[in-house]
Design a binder for this molecule. Structure first.
Ligand code: MEV
Length: 316
């Protein structure tokens, strides 16, 4: 018996960090995903093999968190007693790095593969809840945005709450983007904790920034629905500025953002937890995507040319 499942990588278009406090955010699955494969073998231990391509040191840095995450997933699925004799292999075309939804993609893929292996027939909503529990292994109090994008695919409006609000935003065709990897593995828990500390110290300043972030989300949603990518890009640039103000950008991220803008990207910003990891640039059109990607690569950074607005049906 085997089970297999996928989980998408993601790019947050608007309002990472702000989303933790209930500010609306916009996220998209990207055209790359992690695949998990579950097999049974004669033996009494639990095995896993991580064959994903990865930023140097990513796997080592995240190993303890990954183990914790697996434990949480098995527990949440009621499979604690079935763990021994199970092997999980991770692969797929998502090159793992910070800011790209790697942890969520693996949680979703593993939950799907276990569900198939044990014939549990779980719904996407149930798998999303399990992946959310797995995400806690990586960063204590996740908002749930990453696992939601990773489970459902597509472009999503997300608000954390009781319950979370999730709305699909449909794009007629996927839009090209470039993701630029600083090569730095970042710790999301530390990034989120840093924002909380600074926010508590200067509530007035942060209130203004948070209010503007909320406005940006509504403006961006409308611009996306109207396919007004010039406006989307402008709002992304402003969103990056707000993220700089709350202290989660870095020298490398700002550098990659400036290269992308110089090459004509409609907008560029950090994506995900920040302090390293990835930025992304909005580059509708093949030539624009190539130009931005080449310029970033020329500076010695790794890039990913992919799309946002990818529907789940298109890969299964
Ligand atoms: C990480 O991809 C996004 C953050 O907003 C954290 C979270 O939402 O859990 C930084």
């Amino acid at each position: 018996m085997t089970g297999e499942g996928i989980g998408f990588g993601k790019a947050i278009l608007f309002n990472e960090h702000f989303v933790v406090y209930g500010v609306p955010a916009i996220v998209s699955a990207i055209g790359k995903y992690t695949v998990a494969k579950v097999t049974q073998f004669e033996g009494s231990e639990f095995k896993f093999e991580d064959n994903r391509g990865a930023t140097p040191s990513y796997k080592k840095d995240k190993l303890d968190q990954q183990k914790d995450s697996f434990d949480r997933i098995f527990k949440k699925m009621g499979l604690d007693d079935s763990k021994n004799g199970i092997k999980i292999e991770l692969g797929g075309n998502l090159y793992v790095a910070s800011g790209i939804g790697a942890s969520a993609a693996s949680c979703v893929a593993v939950a799907r593969a276990l569900s198939e292996h044990f014939n549990l027939n779980l719904s996407d909503d149930e798998l999303n809840d399990i992946a959310y529990e797995g995400e806690k292994g990586y960063h204590g109090t996740p908002s749930g945005i990453d696992n939601t994008a990773s489970t459902f695919g597509g472009l999503i409006w997300f608000e954390k709450g009781e319950p979370n609000i999730m709305e699909k935003i449909s794009l007629p065709t996927p839009v090209r983007i470039v993701m630029g990897n600083t090569g730095k593995v970042a710790d999301t828990t530390a990034a989120v904790a840093g924002v909380r500390e600074r926010k508590e110290k200067d509530p007035e300043k942060y209130k203004k920034i948070f209010n503007r972030a909320e406005n940006i989300a509504y403006l961006a949603k409308r611009a996306l629905q109207e396919e007004n990518y010039k406006e989307v890009g402008k709002l992304m640039n402003e969103n990056h500025k707000l993220l700089q103000q709350i202290g989660v950008s870095s020298r490398e991220l700002d550098f990659l953002v400036s290269i992308a803008r110089e090459q004509g990207a409609l907008g560029a910003k950090l994506t995900g937890g920040g302090l390293g990891g990835n930025m992304f640039a909005l580059t509708p059109g093949k030539d624009l995507q190539e130009n931005v990607a080449n310029a970033i690569e020329k500076e010695g950074f790794q890039v990913l040319k992919t799309t946002i607005g990818v529907a789940r049906e298109s890969v299964e």
